[in-house]
Design a protein around this ligand. Structure first.
Ligand SMILES: [Zn+2]
Ligand SMILES: [Zn+2]
Length: 152
């Protein structure tokens, strides 16, 4: 496990959108839900939550995709359609971890929606939830991640 060097740069598949993060992740997650399976075209999505003020778009203008729920906004590159990040609480940005240039640091600490997990899909996450954790559980997971993981 390597630490994420900061600031960390990221971009979409075609490079039309670039961004940077300037603080360590709060939590890393894999989500096995059917929505993530479809949007990622894979078995599960991989993300890392960063404090909102630490996230900065440096090039291009993403568009909203997915179900376009105003409460849960998924941002994509309008040219190559890469899924870049998600916003649902004002306090953090959930970056699709593989859009960052460095990926070796990122392993999921929590996995959600294991109810929909493909039988062979193993993530190695330390914490598992049938569906989504509650907001209180999220808060304690963030605390646990800071203790167990970010410090490793
Ligand atoms: Zn692109
Ligand atoms: Zn999901």
């Amino acid at each position: 496990m390597t630490a994420l060097a900061l600031p960390a740069l990221g971009h979409c598949r075609c490079g039309a959108i670039e961004f940077r993060v300037s603080a360590p992740p709060l939590l890393t997650m894999a989500c096995h839900c059917r929505g993530c399976q479809r949007m990622s075209a894979s078995a599960f999505s991989l993300s890392a939550a960063f404090p909102a003020p630490a996230f900065e778009l440096t090039r291009g203008e993403p568009v909203i995709g997915g179900l376009r729920n105003p409460e849960l906004r998924h941002y994509f590159c309008p040219a190559c359609m890469s899924w870049l990040y998600t916003r649902f609480l004002p306090t953090f940005v959930n970056v699709r971890a593989t859009m960052l240039d460095e990926t070796a640091w990122c392993a999921p600490y929590v996995e959600t929606w294991t109810r929909a997990r493909l039988p062979w899909a193993q993530t190695g996450a330390a914490h598992h939830f049938d569906e989504f954790p509650t907001m209180d559980e999220f808060q304690s997971l963030i605390g646990a991640f800071q203790r167990d993981w970010a410090r490793a």
